[in-house]
Design a protein around this ligand. Structure first.
Ligand SMILES: CC(C)(COP(=O)(O)OP(=O)(O)OC[C@H]1O[C@@H](n2cnc3c(N)ncnc32)[C@H](O)[C@@H]1OP(=O)(O)O)[C@@H](O)C(=O)NCCC(=O)NCCS
Length: 220
């Protein structure tokens, strides 16, 4: 999900425009490292907006680390995240280690006119798509897992738990238009293209806008 122009770090936008848009370096487990022992004990919990607000500093640190943004960007993003917790249809999942540490989270809400992302997407996709996809849709605003815990199925658990728990007709998101873990994960649960190579205002990176009807399709 791109940040609103007012909160997006311009230096980062410039840097990414000229770079490759794949997974950031260092976000995979080291060769030979077995994630299963660590991640088996991780529980995916349903959190209220209040619970997320109370753990927002940790959550935004994970956001900044996962996205390879400066830590300060997480602090800025916390302002909008706090607002999001009050949106209609807000739902959140947290991946929590046995010792209580947060290692990942995902949240979203029912997308609605007047919200920055919704209005941008409405302009980006054809009107018949907008009618189909922007009504009764859950907007997955954020989903992030600590780099050292990625590629072990936690993101998938967060996503499928959220998708199973919301009452909307569909789920929507935007993601950098590149071969990333996020993109591969979304494809693997049936997300289809609504727009590709779309530039949100104030962000130099091309994005894909993806959607899936709910329930998500079953997977091996
Ligand atoms: C995107 C993100 C949340 C996914 O979390 P994760 O725990 O790494 O995800 P998972 O392990 O469940 O799935 C991701 C990987 O497993 C693959 N995968 C998992 N289950 C799969 C299945 N049943 N079939 C095929 N592929 C599967 C995905 O395709 C992807 O491939 P890779 O690890 O080989 O690159 C996490 O990687 C992250 O925080 N990335 C950086 C931040 C980011 O991009 N956030 C999303 C912004 S839109």
């Amino acid at each position: 999900m791109p940040a609103r122009p007012s909160t997006f770090p311009r230096a980062y936008a410039v840097q990414m425009t000229s770079g490759r848009l794949g997974d950031p370096p260092g976000s995979r487990l080291a060769p030979g490292q077995n994630p299963s022992a660590e991640t088996a004990a991780i529980v995916v919990e349903e959190w209220t907006g209040r619970q997320l607000t109370m753990r927002l500093v940790e959550a935004m640190d994970i956001y900044a680390l996962a996205m390879r943004y400066p830590r300060q960007t997480g602090a800025q993003r916390a302002i909008s995240a706090r607002q999001h917790t009050g949106y209609r249809g807000f739902a959140c999942r947290a991946a929590v280690r046995a010792d209580g540490a947060l290692v990942g989270f995902g949240y979203g809400y029912t997308t609605a006119r007047g919200q920055w992302w919704h209005d941008s997407v409405r302009r980006a996709i054809p009107p018949d798509h907008a009618r189909e996809w922007l009504t009764d849709s859950f907007e997955l605003s954020e989903i992030h897992v600590l780099p050292e815990c990625q590629s072990a199925g936690i993101g998938r658990r967060l996503l499928t738990s959220l998708a199973a728990g919301v009452g909307n007709r569909s789920i929507l998101l935007s993601t950098p238009d590149a071969d990333t873990k996020a993109f591969r994960l979304y494809r693997s649960v049936g997300f289809v293209d609504l727009a590709r190579h779309y530039f949100f205002p104030g962000d130099g990176r091309p994005f894909a806008i993806l959607g899936a009807h709910l329930p998500l399709r079953e997977h091996a």
